[in-house]
Design a protein around this ligand. Sequence first.
Ligand SMILES: [Mn+2]
Length: 390
Amino acid sequence: MRFLHISDTHLGYRQYGLLEREQDFLDVFNEAIDIAINKNVDFIIHTGDFFHTSRPSNKTIIDSINLLKKLSDKNISMFCIPGNHDRGNSVKDISPLQILENFGLKLINSGVKEFNGIDIIGVKYIPKTALRKLNGLKVALEKLLEKSKQDYKILMLHQEFYPYFLDSKLMLDEEIPIEYNYTGIGHYHIAEEPIKRDNNSYIVHIGSTEFTAYNKNEENKSKFVALVDINLDKTDIRYIELKKRRRFLYRFLDDNNIDEELDRLNNEIEKINDTSDKKPIVILKGEFKKLSQDNVLKLLKEKNIDVDNGRILYLKNMFIFPSNSLDYKGEIFKSEDEIIKNCLTEYLKEDLELKDKLLDLINTLKSFDDLDTVKVYLKENPEVIENLIK
Ligand SMILES: [Mn+2]
């Protein structure tokens, strides 16, 4: 028996407001599906955040139906749990994943589904407040074990575990019963080496399929899916790198390194453009004590680090200059999404769940055409606001 583990595909995410980025998330999801087909897997597990929001656009829904159709043509089932992004939390509505159940998606909110002699067990994303009431995951996971009849058990989770999330109280070894042979965990967007436990069971954080800036230092990390072979009780895991994801180049600049760093950056941009049809995204951070804004912007132009020359898809500069950082007239953030997200992250760093809820709500409101429609919507759906502080 063979399966593919995919996570956090965030379909429909128009990062930086760019249509190209929306397409990137679809491209790489397609690549993952093609790997599943080419490697003749029996099924796929998707550990949450299939969609980027609970209100995917009509186009995104059609894209997702086409992905599932490719799989059903080859008789491959996809098992999935709702993540924090697509569980349908801030509006009184079901998850968009329930639409996909009509197109073959095997959605598990909390339960056991048997497939050809193995059990696939899933628990949808549980927010922090509910986790506290449950006193962690362990009791729920043990109850699900009682319902499982097959020897080989696959568990799908979408949660924050320590130390991947430093302020989390969930410890892998304490929360996850060792009887689960393969535990796939979504939510953390960076791929980590599989953790092998004493009885040869595994815990796998496979990470997202594209860069979303959800986790720190995600920029330069490669993206993967896991191909897993089960032979009796033996589990063999291979990570396969996703080639279609867009490359991000991240640099920290200062007065001393800027010349050298920009030359190196230039070489790398060149290399990427030679080997890929996807232009890279460049993120520059910098703190300058001697160089002025004019100096730095001139240097960037001289060294060809410029969106207008067609070598870069998007350039994000976050610079601080000595006199007054507010003097900086460059485009620190190009899209309002980024501005909103950064403000909320700053103000609500003590309550990231509220931040996520607000972002989700803003995304929903942005889908309305004008302010009057927004007002009517809020009036008719007061729970949208109530849910924020529940
Ligand atoms: Mn995610």
